[in-house]
Design a protein around this ligand. Structure first.
Ligand code: GLN
Length: 510
């Protein structure tokens, strides 16, 4: 059967269904890979070896007994540590939740288990999903498998790096301002942020509730569609969950991969984030323009559109997100969850315990955003800051509505640069924030977005991602067009981008 860790989730699922491999073998192959490379990559905060093998044995027994199983039954999956799991610690990358085991599963995790997927463990992330590099994790950074001196992006760098180093065939991420798409972009993997409300947020430790969305981290659009079909759909436990029925995203991806759908498709390129502005790396721009040329040669109609309010998107986001985060993180109060630090002197009161705990338990970036958000919401400043940011949010939604009045999908680079060096931006918050310029508008508008690998930048040989955006609720269109683009580009390269990465076979294997 060859190396099981190199298979796509779809191919592994097919081999499992045909009983060419067992779920125990599939899980063991990935546990072996984790043991071989994760010392270098540090994608995982927790590996649940025994539970994964036991769950896999259960699936194998069900299959042997002829029980009906879902399409991904027996396929291992890595879970971002922002998602609650009743049998594994859920720290959100924070010291304040170190060792905390929630009493329940996030809805998406419960759905995975019910569909027979096997959780391998929990992946590293920036603390409470605040960051673009995983360097804000309280447990140390994740390293990019393409070059261990670089970041895998963030906040979901652990999930993306696990996929890029073949430690898991599937993973879950969360995307508040780009935390699925930007790590996918800089690791040569695929990431999808669904429409806001398409996937349940119940049991996802909240960063900014009006922006957060859980989604698939994979190596192909079809794998993402298969996973989306498992985790998506209405959840009465999430009051913002959309109560509608959705078409199969996997079917949409399969249709797209068959080809033909690009002909006559109206593809918008957003001038403000097309890669020509300051901060965009030359190779990112070159590959983006090449991809647009390939789409045009295959019948797509390329139309330049303008979204003038995008200029204010990062500023608005860094008011709305801290405002919501400061409120959400108030629950980390030393009483109900995780860490409790005794005040070093004087009497023990609730306030003093809370202050000592939050002082010791939160990292610098989290404190920065709590302070920013509390200020933005304070009496006398609320209208000037939070109120203005909400108005910008409306303008951005209108820019998208105008663009989607003319085009079917929008394209931009997923991230302005390839993976940056660990340590290079961590002391410069503004530079780190500006990394999100391409991804943030979709969160402010609630629309779905994907990042698809489009090649390696000539100047550094590192992966570049294409961001594909579709109107709210048009997630199936995103998978259809995304799979079409992926297939077209892969035909040109002669296979998946990741297969071409010698650096992935990290030191231990060489
Ligand atoms: N990098 C962005 C931030 O720091 C995105 C975070 C996210 O999507 N969770 O806020």
């Amino acid at each position: 059967m060859g190396d099981l860790t190199r298979l796509s989730a779809a191919a592994l699922a097919a081999a499992l269904a045909a009983r060419e491999v067992s779920a125990v073998e599939a899980v063991q192959a990935h546990l072996d890979r984790i043991a071989a490379v994760d010392g270098d990559v540090h994608a995982f905060l927790h590996v649940a070896s025994d539970a994964a093998l036991a769950a896999a044995a259960g699936i194998d027994a069900q299959r042997a007994g002829g029980e009906p199983l879902g399409p991904l039954a027996g396929v291992p999956i890595a879970i971002k540590d922002v998602l609650c799991t009743y049998d594994m610690p859920s720290t959100a990358g924070s010291r304040i939740l170190e060792g905390w085991i929630p009493p329940y599963d996030a809805t998406v995790v419960a759905k995975l288990r019910a569909a027979g997927l096997i959780p391998l463990g929990k992946t590293n992330m920036d603390e409470f999903a605040m960051g673009s590099s995983t360097e804000h994790s309280a447990y140390g950074p994740t390293h990019n498998p393409w070059d261990l001196a670089r970041t895998p992006g963030g906040s979901g760098g652990g999930s993306a790096a696990a996929l890029a180093s073949f430690q898991a065939p599937l993973a879950l991420g969360s995307d508040t301002g780009g935390s699925i798409r930007q790590p996918a972009s800089v690791t040569g993997t695929v990431g999808v942020k669904p429409t806001y409300g398409a996937v349940s947020r119940y049991g996802a430790i909240a960063l900014a509730s009006s922006l957060d969305q859980v989604g698939p981290v994979t190596r192909t659009m079809l794998d993402a569609g298969l996973l989306h079909d498992v985790i998506g759909g209405h959840d009465p436990l999430d009051s913002t969950s959309l109560a509608e029925s959705w078409p199969s995203m996997a079917d949409a991806a399969r249709r797209g991969a068959e080809g033909g759908i690009l002909s006559g498709l109206k593809v918008g390129v957003v001038r403000e984030i097309a890669g020509t502005g300051a901060g965009f790396q030359a190779g990112v721009r070159t590959l983006f323009e090449q991809s647009i040329g390939i789409l045009a040669a295959n019948g797509a109609e390329i139309i330049e559109v303008s979204a003038p309010s995008f200029e204010y998107a990062v500023a608005a986001y860094y008011l709305i997100l801290p405002a919501e985060a400061s409120s959400n993180l108030a629950r980390m109060d030393s009483v109900r969850f995780g860490l409790r630090v005794q005040p070093s002197d004087g009497p023990m009161t609730v306030e003093r315990a809370m202050s000592a705990t939050r002082g010791a338990g939160f990292g610098a970036e989290v404190k920065r955003r709590i302070i920013l958000g509390t200020y933005a919401l304070s009496a006398g400043y609320y209208d000037a800051y939070y109120g203005s940011a909400q108005k910008v949010r409306t303008l951005i939604q209108r820019d998208f509505a105008a663009a989607f009045g003319v085009v079917d999908v929008l394209l931009s680079p997923s991230s302005p640069t390839t993976a940056f060096q660990l340590g290079s931006l961590v002391d410069d918050p503004l530079a780190m924030y500006l990394n999100d310029i391409t991804t943030i508008p979709a969160n402010l508008a609630g629309i779905p977005g994907a990042s698809i690998p489009i090649g390696l930048a000539p100047e550094d040989g590192l992966p570049v991602g294409l961001q594909l955006l579709a109107p709210a609720r048009a997630d199936a269109r995103l998978y259809e067009v995304g799979a079409a683009i992926e297939t077209l580009l892969e035909d040109r390269w002669g296979g998946p981008l990741l297969a071409q990465a010698p650096a992935l076979n990290t030191a231990k294997e060489a």
